[in-house]
Each structure stands twice: as structure tokens, then as C-alpha cells.
Design a binder for this molecule. Structure first.
Ligand code: DGL
Length: 270
């Protein structure tokens, strides 16, 4: 009925927010698995099991199209879901590919062989599970050659954001950036490969310095979704009401969400 947006917790709200601005008349159902966040420290089977359970819940809500607004789930579970789990007539899309298309300046569906691109040194910041999956490097290799990727697993950042402890989150971001710059002193681009990190984008940019272009997912994914719906209007759905569901405590999730989006987000129990 509406388009589903799923994340392990609050981070997907950054994608929801951009999608809602880009598609103001579109209804969405957001589901955060806050009870089980963070996913970034779980193994791939666990992420798969939790992601399919939540996406199944969004299918039950009548969503035909679900966006995995979670890099960890996109990296660790999406391919397996698409190959053997997603029912016919339903679609699940991830947030990884649009980001890589933006970085490599490719358009959707451009299946030409990988080629040289402008950026040569890319810093990737993501959860430990996303970094371990090497999904970013794999997807990038389909599209570009000669790009050196240095990945930093940013342990603790998602937990701090989910707890609403932005001081701790900032300190952790700065130390993760420092650690990466020791290994790659002059990246041209930095990819924020976790949907929680746009909430800390200013800190990443400040710690990296003005010469580094920071790619953050929300607007890139929103643009890609608008493009997808133009090509697949049957996936728009007939829902008119946007809803926010959580597996956690709706009141506490709603109060943290309001801090991030600076408006009231009425969460209900999933
Ligand atoms: N925001 C998610 C991501 O994009 C999940 C982070 C987590 O739960 O560890 O990876």
C-alpha cells in the first residue's frame, strides 16, 4: 500500500526524511528494529534472520516495495533475500548501489564494463559487519577500476546514536577518522556507508577537512527511489497514510527520533 523503509533503528530516518522531501505525496511505512539494534556487530546469518522478519512485517502491512535503509542489512542479507526469499511481485532494494553509482558517476542500468573514474582514493566508514562483508568493494569492482578503498569499521558509533549520546558519538567519529587517515592520509572522497552517520555528517567533514568530498546516502537514495518509481509506477502503492513502527519502546524511540529530525515522529509498536 505504501513504500516500506526498514532500518535496524533510527538511522533509516535520514533516508525516510530525504525520500519524503523528494516525494512529498508518497506514503511510507517505516520500521525500526530498535529492540535488536545495532546490527553492525552481528554475523551475516543473524542479520539475515532479523532483516527478513522485519521486511516480512512490512509486506504484511501491504508494502510491495521495501527499501533496506540499512547498509549492514544491504551488505549482509540483501543478495540472499533477493535470490531465495522475496516473493514474486514484491521488491526489496538496498542503499549501497545508488551510492556507488553516484561515486562512479554511472546511471542506473549502465552495465558497461568497469572503467577508470575520477576518484582514486576512497575512505569508507561503515559498521564492522558492513566492512567485513566487503560488499562495497565488490559492487565497486563491477563499475570502476583503479580505485583504492580504505575501510574503517566504526565500532560504537551506532550504539551511541541509538542511546542519544551525541557527545560520545562525536568523539568516536573523530577517533575513527584519525585512524583511517593514518592509513590513507589523502582520500579524495569519503563514503558514509551507514544510514546513522548522516546524523554526524558535519563531524565527519570537519575531521576529514574541506578537501575531502563526503558522500552521504539520504539524498542519493531519495533521488534513485524517485527514478525507480518513474520506471515502475506500479510499485508506488495506494497507501495514503505514513506510519512509523518500532520493535522497541515507542515512546523512547519517538523522543530520540524527534531530536534527530527536529519534529515529532509518532512511533507505534510493531
Ligand atoms: N544504520 C544501519 C546501517 O546503515 C545499521 C547500523 C547498525 O545497526 O549497526 O548500517
Amino acid at each position: 500500500m505504501a513504500i516500506g523503509i526498514f532500518d535496524s533503528g533510527l538511522g533509516g530516518l535520514t533516508v525516510y526524511d530525504a525520500a519524503q522531501r523528494r516525494l512529498p505525496d508518497q506514503a511510507f511505512v517505516y520500521l525500526g528494529d530498535n529492540k535488536n539494534a545495532p546490527y553492525g556487530v552481528r554475523d551475516a546469518d543473524d542479520v539475515y534472520e532479523k532483516t527478513t522478519r522485519c521486511v516480512g512485517r512490512l509486506f504484511d502491512e501491504g508494502c510491495d516495495l521495501v527499501i533496506l535503509a540499512c547498509n549492514t542489512a544491504s551488505a549482509a542479507a540483501l543478495r540472499r533475500m533477493q535470490e531465495s526469499w522475496v516473493p514474486r511481485k514484491k521488491r526489496v532494494l538496498g542503499v549501497f548501489v545508488p551510492l556507488i553509482e553516484a561515486l562512479t558517476e554511472r546511471r542506473w542500468g549502465d552495465n558497461s564494463p568497469p572503467r577508470e573514474v575520477a576518484v582514486k582514493n576512497v575512505a569508507l566508514f561503515a559498521t564492522p559487519a558492513t566492512v567485513a562483508s566487503r560488499a562495497f568493494q565488490r559492487e565497486l569492482a563491477f563499475r570502476a577500476i583503479g580505485v583504492d578503498v580504505e575501510a574503517q569499521p566504526c565500532g560504537g558509533v551506532v550504539d551511541a546514536i541509538e542511546m542519544g549520546d551525541m557527545i560520545l558519538a562525536e568523539a568516536l567519529v573523530r577517533s575513527h577518522v584519525e585512524a583511517l587517515l593514518r592509513r590513507m592520509p589523502s582520500p579524495e572522497a569519503a563514503v558514509l556507508g551507514c544510514t546513522h552517520y548522516p546524523l554526524m555528517e558535519d563531524v565527519f567533514q570537519d575531521a576529514l577537512g574541506p578537501g575531502v568530498r563526503v558522500y552521504s546516502q539520504p539524498t542519493i537514495v531519495a533521488e534513485s527511489l524517485a527514478d525507480y518509481l518513474q520506471r515502475h509506477p506500479d510499485m508506488i502503492g495506494s497507501g495514503t497514510e505514513t506510519r512509523f513502527l518500532t520493535t522497541g519502546d515507542p515512546r523512547s524511540v519517538a523522543s530520540k527520533a524527534a531530536l534527530f529530525l527536529r519534529r515529532k515522529i509518532p512511533f507505534e509498536a510493531a
